[in-house]
Design a binder for this molecule. Structure first.
Ligand code: GDP
Ligand code: MN
Length: 386
């Protein structure tokens, strides 16, 4: 679950991370009042779940409260397109109005989970502010890392080593170390999946603060991060993914292709996407329905797929273990009869109660394409479209 920048900054501030003074505005009038309160130049920042807002026109400096009014008017209500959002962009319904800081240096700091090492990692670089991915690719030596071994936990020396590595010695060393420690603590205690401060700014008057903040909480940990779960902003999430969550389907991800997939088990779902690719097609979604032993759950899942305007064919690939294929078959029949999946539908069933499942489909009188294995199913789906 992604947080907005202003939420991330409040969270970080509660751990003692210094952040610029600022407030959220939902109207140009509010932005003007906040700018007056702050006094002097302010930055107006679109609040949307994306990075690279600066380059997309979502971060602008206002010299006066009147200009803050004008800029906020331009940004609020915009559909912010960045290289991370795709062409549709994300809606912006409010802005963060912050004191403009006078920047001497921009640094990079993040804490994330390194899956290959099975550990959290703190990443830092002197080359903050811009595309860190490019720095990592072109000049990997400019990226500093400290792994947090879960057996011994985060150690104070790691923050000091990073601060020195960032060239923050002398007066700045102590506040920099404290900032790194606080960001790390906030990440670990809230079950973060990423906490990224890009840039950490050294100001011309010798302060160090978090000028930007991206923060995500691991969805699987929200049950024990109840206070944070309330920070979810559904307007920033794909409609279909929300519908899937509401239907109790844990694993639905919208993709760019046109073959809608209903699959059980994440491994089988991945293999199905591969089979579709190998047959020359592209999946419209990843959907692991899990152990769905009720036709209603199947109908709910097929409705999400069938009502997606991108979907031109539906592929059902089920290996029944605990899930019974006859129940899945009944769900397919119900969804077809309710007109929820008008697209050509290809079904491959295997495993528990497969004879009963296939008999139900055979006797349904419905126009379904059947497949014995999933390479065949994928081929049939691709040819149903072309
Ligand atoms: P992002 O583009 O979504 O990562 O948004 P950021 O909050 O990182 O803003 C982008 C860039 O705008 C930063 O890297 C800074 O160079 C600049 N910027 C942001 N806030 C300020 C500010 O208060 N003063 C100045 N001078 N520049 C700022
Ligand atoms: Mn940034």
């Amino acid at each position: 679950m992604k947080l907005h920048e202003y939420q991330a900054k409040q969270l970080l501030a509660s751990y003692g991370v210094p952040v610029p003074e600022g407030k959220v505005a939902t109207t140009p009038e509010e932005a003007q009042i906040i700018a007056e309160e702050i006094g002097g130049r302010v930055v107006i920042k679109a609040q949307a779940h994306t990075g690279a807002r600066g380059k997309g026109g979502g971060v602008k400096v206002a010299e006066t409260p009147a200009e803050a009014f004008k800029i906020a008017g331009e940004i609020i209500g915009m559909q912010l397109v960045t290289k991370q959002t795709g062409p549709a962009g994300l809606p912006v319904s409010f802005v963060l109005v912050e004191e403009a800081i006078s920047i001497e240096r921009e640094l990079y700091l993040s804490v994330a989970i390194d899956g290959s090492m099975a550990m959290p990692v703190i990443i830092a670089s002197q080359e903050g502010g811009m595309d860190i991915e490019e720095v990592a690719e072109q000049r990997p030596e400019a990226i500093l890392k400290q792994y947090i071994d879960p057996a011994c936990g985060f150690q104070g020396y790691q923050a000091r080593a990073l601060a020195f590595g960032l060239g923050l010695s002398g007066e700045l060393n102590r506040p920099a170390t404290a900032l790194i420690e606080a960001v790390t603590k906030s990440f670990l205690e809230t079950d973060g999946s990423i906490a990224e401060i890009n840039p950490v700014v050294v100001t011309t008057d010798g302060r160090i603060l978090a000028a930007d903040a991206k923060f995500s909480i691991d969805d699987s940990a929200l049950f024990r991060q109840k206070n944070l779960a309330d920070l979810r902003d559904r307007s920033q999430e794909a409609d279909k993914e929300l519908e899937a969550q509401d239907a109790g389907i844990g694993n639905y991800i919208k993709l760019d292709g046109n073959i809608g997939c209903l699959v059980n088990g994440a491994g089988l779902a991945m293999a199905t996407l591969d089979a579709i690719k190998m047959a020359g097609g592209d999946a419209a979604n990843f959907l692991d329905i899990g152990t769905a032993n009720s036709p209603e759950a199947v109908v709910a899942a097929l409705k999400i797929i069938g009502t997606d305007p991108d979907v031109k064919a539906v592929l059902v690939n089920i290996f029944g273990g605990l899930a019974r294929t006859d129940i899945i078959a009944q769900g397919i029949i119900d969804a077809k009869n309710q007109g929820l999946i008008p697209q050509p539908t290809i079904v491959r069933l295997a495993g528990s109660n497969v004879n009963e499942g296939n008999a139900l489909l055979d006797n349904s009188g419905l126009d379904l394409v059947r497949a014995a294995d999933f390479a065949e199913a994928a081929k049939s789906a691709v040819s149903a479209i072309s």
